[in-house]
Design a protein around this ligand. Structure first.
Ligand code: FPP
Length: 252
């Protein structure tokens, strides 16, 4: 039976932007050209999510594991992040986007850390799209840093171990205060989580696109939203328990 596709928008969209290197190789270009071309769909997704009043958009720009790439590629990516921030931050601010970085920022260059702090400070009071950029981020690292924070509070006597419930734990994660990721998109044809939001994507609907990230366009984003709208989200319940036609239900 075909399910009607209601025009329901996920509150939190997370994207693994994969395929830049292959996109560049197919054109005989350096991998860095693929990363640069990847900025266009980043802008498009920010605009579209703003237009559709999505609450939060989280982009996986650089994983804890990406440090294993050749030094030249890492250097060119870090340079691109600094340039992109310098160029885009005024417009993001004008569009009321609130930017936040998630990841182990101590591993980033002092120059990039300064740009990150400035971007967060400048846009911190904005009431529009919540944009998270994951840099030097890993889902396991995120869970570990939360566990360490809580362990320290327990050791100091400020927190009882029994008081650590899901809510308390989530409040120590990098995405504290944001709704869970409801739609996780990965481009580039791979169907893996690759250590992205391990906790926050527990109930996310997964949309895998064969498009290489620089080719990800509005039509493909719309296809991902339509896919999300067509899902019956059960959160462990049976479909009979879930209200008939309650596709796109909210994360509890
Ligand atoms: C993965 O493709 C992509 C990356 C590691 C970098 C993604 C970064 C951008 C698109 C720039 C975004 C910038 C900001 C500030 C948000 P890949 O290189 O693994 O591609 P491949 O699988 O084809 O080799």
């Amino acid at each position: 039976m075909t399910r009607a596709v209601p025009n329901i928008v996920p509150r939190h969209v997370a994207i693994t932007m994969d395929g830049n290197g292959r996109w560049a190789a197919a054109r005989g270009l350096a991998r860095s050209a693929g990363h640069k071309a990847g900025l266009d769909p980043v802008r498009m997704c920010i605009q579209e999510c703003t237009r559709r009043e999505v609450t939060a958009l989280t982009l996986f720009a650089f994983s804890s594991e990406n440090w294993r790439r050749p030094v030249e590629e890492v250097a060119s990516l870090m340079g691109l992040f600094v340039e992109a921030l310098d160029r885009e931050i005024a417009e993001l601010h004008a569009n009321r986007v609130r930017v936040r970085f998630i990841g182990d920022r101590r591993t980033l260059s002092v120059r990039l850390q300064a740009r990150i702090a400035a971007a967060e400070e400048r846009t911190g009071g904005n009431d529009g799209l919540r944009l998270q950029i994951a840099m030097s981020y890993g889902g396991r690292w995120d869970i570990l840093q939360a566990a360490q924070k809580l362990a320290k509070e327990c050791a100091s006597g400020a927190l009882r171990p029994e008081a650590i419930d899901e809510q308390r734990f989530a409040a120590s994660l990098q995405l504290a205060g944001l709704p869970d990721a409801e739609l996780l998109i990965r481009t580039g044809g791979e169907q893996r989580i690759s250590n992205f939001l391990l906790w926050n994507a527990a109930y996310a609907e997964l949309y895998f696109s064969d498009r290489l990230w620089p080719d990800f366009d509005v039509a493909e984003l719309e296809a991902a939203f339509a896919f999300f709208g067509s899902r019956q989200r059960r959160f462990g319940r049976t479909s009979e328990q879930v209200e008939p036609g309650a596709s796109g239900g909210r994360t509890p």
